[in-house]
Write a protein that binds this ligand. Structure first.
Ligand code: HDE
Length: 696
């Protein structure tokens, strides 16, 4: 209840006169200032007279406004837009032969964790579905300290050496003079950098593939990207690559769909993750490792320390040894998702870094960036960052926002205060403490790129040639789209020159898609070679088709047949999908027979891009009405264009005709058989694509 300004009967009495708003009862906490003084009136500032001016003395007002003024902290320079959840890690198979890390040796033990997904280029307020890499950062609160596996949904990276990271990010962010485009790589500066840095080509293949436009954060793979080491009790090292595999499989949107989702629901991924967890559909990933001995690493045709390369899993299989379940949404977005500080340096005994020069730079950057973002060396004391699996204790003291109250005299080590009965504080643990791999080194100090890093194209070729035909077409079309936004001819041409080293046919398709001549191929630093194709690099066909975790929309009208609606809903839910009823009005519709059906979404605000498959169940009169509604026509047209299964009742045929929906295996009359619609609903209709889109 709002209180009217100064509702006191006596205008001289300033404060809580009218009692028309809620005040603290004995059962309720009193509103106070940050320093604990109870506030008598939270509606009116302290003024000289009822009509002002406001008095400087009003510490309640000043504190409140000042706190508000400082509510925002600097957003992350990359990965600013994120969505996160709590959950747990559970080990299913011990890696005791390779590591002493308890989280990787104690089978069955559940370790609390916090996972944050993100886009890279856009600001914190940007949309969820641009073409971009997705961050996949997991903080595990292990019993030996926090282990942060700060990865991406793509297993390789753009650059080989950390010194190029600021250049890469400057090039992809909004252009320095213009301040746009936001959250988009389709502009001159990005492609200028890409063309000039051929080592980016492999990652470009991934980013331009459908991996760059995922359907859901629950449906992305995760990769540690950099090579790490596991260390066993004997101090022996094994190289390791970390993998997360979604139980729901991978799935992507089409570009047109991603663009439309951005308008329909800028929070599409964040909402999807939140709602799934809220509904008890906990997203889950298998955790896997690729393990390589030094000899196996030496036998690879590339350098295991080069983060622009992957290790084909057909050659070195992924061992699934655990799982991650996300089962709890954060209570407060800022406290958890914004303040969480991931550090690749958060590592536990039994795991170690490799000499990967990209990783080595990361080991400095994250700690440093938290200081400007969170403002103090004590950011590890924030609840979300605290080591929860074990206590932390050392002699680091004071600093801004110190929340610990250290007692005693001992704040240095060694000390002998315990000999006098005082608390001497903690001591190092030579046996159980973190130890680095004893890497033999005898090197000259140089600023050089290893020759073993010189091949920039073989794995880009491997990726492109491993894709299915529709995926290759999407990839080529994505490059055409992006290069069409490039204004400088020489920038575009340099990329085309490089693409010829990947695959001639790809370069030709892109040039044709752009309507330009193919320039001369660029000279590769090292001649690319052919590798055996790797089906594991595909999205299509890699995981079984499923409706599990997918969303189905049923568009209904007044007079629609409720038995069909119920049957379609039950069938889809039976396969694990969530179903939403979409109606012209949010109040719902009156079904044939007079029963009311409530809507979950109003048509204009719930287009078919929000769903993986749709059904359109209308009455004749309802259909006639909807023929005049552009949003209804678009609902069907987009579902068809985005290769989704469309279930329909014959009364909806005029709408399908107007939307240009042609009969095919994914357009199914559900009045007769809802089951027949389920199989196509669990996938996209790839055969339809040439009918609806001119791809490169
Ligand atoms: Fe990051 N990266 N990065 N990065 N990165 C950051 O740290 C950096 C790289 C990744 O949800 C920043 O806390 C450098 C690779 C994720 O909070 C910053 C280099 C991979 C997140 C930073 C890389 C990543 C970040 C910005 C090249 C995949 C978001 C905010 C040497 C393995 C974590 C922050 C979250 C965030 C630096 C390259 C993943 C600036 C210097 C490769 C998922 O420190």
């Amino acid at each position: 209840m709002a209180k009217t300004p100064n509702s006191s009967p006596d205008p001289r009495i300033v404060g809580n006169g009218g009692e028309t708003h809620q005040t603290a009862s004995s059962a309720q906490l009193r509103l106070t200032t940050n320093h604990g003084v109870a506030v008598s009136d939270n509606q009116n500032s302290l003024k000289a007279g009822s009509r002002g001016p406001t008095l400087l003395e009003d510490f309640v007002l000043r504190e409140k406004i000042q706190h508000f003024d400082h509510e925002r902290i600097p957003e992350r320079i990359v990965h600013a837009r994120g969505s996160a959840a709590h959950g747990y890690f559970e080990l299913t198979e011990s890696l005791a032969d390779y590591t002493t890390a308890r989280i990787l040796t104690e089978v069955g033990k559940k370790t609390e964790l916090f996972t944050r997904f993100s886009t890279v280029a856009g600001g914190a307020g940007s949309v969820d579905t641009p073409r971009d890499v997705r961050g996949f950062a997991v903080k595990m609160y292990t019993s030996e300290g926090n282990w942060d596996l700060v990865g991406n949904n793509i297993p390789v990276f753009f650059i080989q050496d950390a010194i190029k990271f600021p250049d890469l990010i400057h090039s992809v962010k909004m252009e320095a003079d213009k301040g746009y485009p936001q959250a988009a790589s389709a502009h001159d500066t990005f492609w200028d950098f890409i063309g000039l840095m051929p080592e980016t080509t492999h990652m470009i293949m991934w980013a331009m593939s459908d991996r760059g436009i995922p359907r859901s954060l629950r449906m992305i793979e995760g990769f540690g990207v950099n090579t790490f080491r596991l260390l066993n009790a004997e101090g022996e090292a094994t190289f390791v690559k970390f993998h997360w595999r979604p139980k729901l499989g991978t799935q992507s949107t089409s570009w047109d769909e991603a663009v439309k989702i951005a308008g329909a629901d800028p929070d599409f991924h964040r909402r999807d993750l939140y709602e799934a967890i809220d509904n008890g559909d906990f997203p889950e990933w298998d955790f896997g490792v690729q393990l390589l001995s030094q000899d196996q690493a030496d036998a690879l045709p590339f350098d295991i320390l080069d983060a622009t390369k992957l290790i084909p899993e057909e050659q070195h299989p992924i061992r699934i040894v655990g799982r991650m379940v996300l089962d709890r949404n954060p209570d407060n977005y800022f406290a958890a998702t914004e303040q969480v500080a991931f550090l690749p340096t958060n590592i536990v005994p039994g795991i170690d870094f490799s000499e990967d020069p990209l990783l080595q730079g990361r080991l400095f950057s994250y700690q440093d960036t938290q200081l400007s973002r969170l403002g103090t060396v004590n950011f590890h004391q924030l609840p979300i960052n605290q080591a929860k699996g074990c206590p932390f204790q050392n002699f680091q003291r004071d600093g801004q926002m110190q929340t610990q109250v250290h007692t005693g005299r001992a704040n240095y080590e060694p000390n002998s205060l315990s000999e006098a009965g005082e608390d001497g504080g903690p001591r190092e643990d030579p046996k159980g403490g973190f130890r680095s791999f004893t890497l033999p080194l005898e090197e000259t100090k140089v600023r050089l790129r290893a020759e073993s890093f010189a091949d920039h194209y073989s794995q880009a070729r491997l990726f492109f040639r491993s894709q299915t035909a529709p995926e290759q077409a999407h990839l080529a079309s994505a490059i055409v789209f992006e290069l069409s936004k490039v204004e400088l001819d020489h920038v575009r041409n340099r990329v085309l020159g490089n693409l010829q080293n990947v695959d001639d046919a790809l370069a030709k398709r892109v040039a044709e898609g752009l309507g330009v001549d193919l320039p001369k191929a660029s000279e590769p630093a090292s001649a690319p070679f052919d590798m055996d194709v790797s089906p594991a690099l595909r999205i299509i066909g890699k995981y079984p088709d499923t409706l599990q975790g997918r969303a189905v929309g049923i568009l209904v009208s007044d007079g629609a047949d409720g038995t069909v609606v119920d049957a379609v809903k039950a069938a889809a839910e039976g396969e694990g999908a969530t179903v939403k009823i979409v109606a012209p009005k949010i109040g719902g519709v009156t079904l044939k027979g007079g029963k009311r059906l409530k809507a979950d979404g109003q048509l204009a605000g719930t287009p078919s891009v929000m769903f993986d498959a749709v059904a359109i169940v209308l009455s004749e009169a309802g259909c006639a009405e909807l023929l005049k509604e552009g949003a209804a026509v678009d609902f069907a047209k987009d579902a068809f264009g985005h290769l989704k299964a469309i279930g329909f009742t014959p009364e909806a045929q005029p709408l399908l005709d107007k939307a240009g929906v042609e009969p095919d295996a994914g357009v199914i009359d559900v009045s007769a058989d809802t089951k027949a619609w389920l199989a196509p609903a669990a996938t996209r209709q790839w055969d339809r694509e040439p009918k609806v889109r001119m791809l490169a």
